[in-house]
Design a protein around this ligand. Structure first.
Ligand code: SF4
Length: 103
């Protein structure tokens, strides 16, 4: 895998960690966290649209987004299995919102 992470202010040379994280983060974990953020953005696209168009509000979804963002904070969670499970859960939540949007 290749390493590029600019998820925090400690990034090497102020631009990004490219060999290994200054914080100790590995390339596979950095990529997995990027994936989690991308999928969580997808959750937010559906969640925001449903809120605006149908007044739909789901506190479980809101907490999931909050927790997912927190999980990517530097040094908060370097547990790859935990991040991987969260990516899978994010896909489930996104699909649930997509189905809700079709109703
Ligand atoms: S989170 Fe770690 S790997 Fe990413 S930019 Fe910050 S120090 Fe580098």
């Amino acid at each position: 895998m290749s390493m590029f992470c600019y998820q925090c202010q400690e990034a090497a040379k102020g631009t990004g960690c490219t060999i290994k994280g200054v914080c100790g983060k590995s390339d596979d974990l950095a990529n997995m966290m990027d994936l989690l953020l991308f999928v969580t953005k997808g959750v937010c696209v559906y969640s925001s649209a449903l809120r605006e168009q149908k007044g739909y509000e789901n506190p479980i979804v809101n907490k999931f987004v909050f927790d997912s963002l927190f999980a990517t904070i530097t040094n908060a969670n370097f547990d790859k299995a935990s991040i991987s499970r969260r990516v899978s859960k994010a896909l489930e939540v996104r699909n649930m919102l997509r189905d809700e949007a079709k109703r």
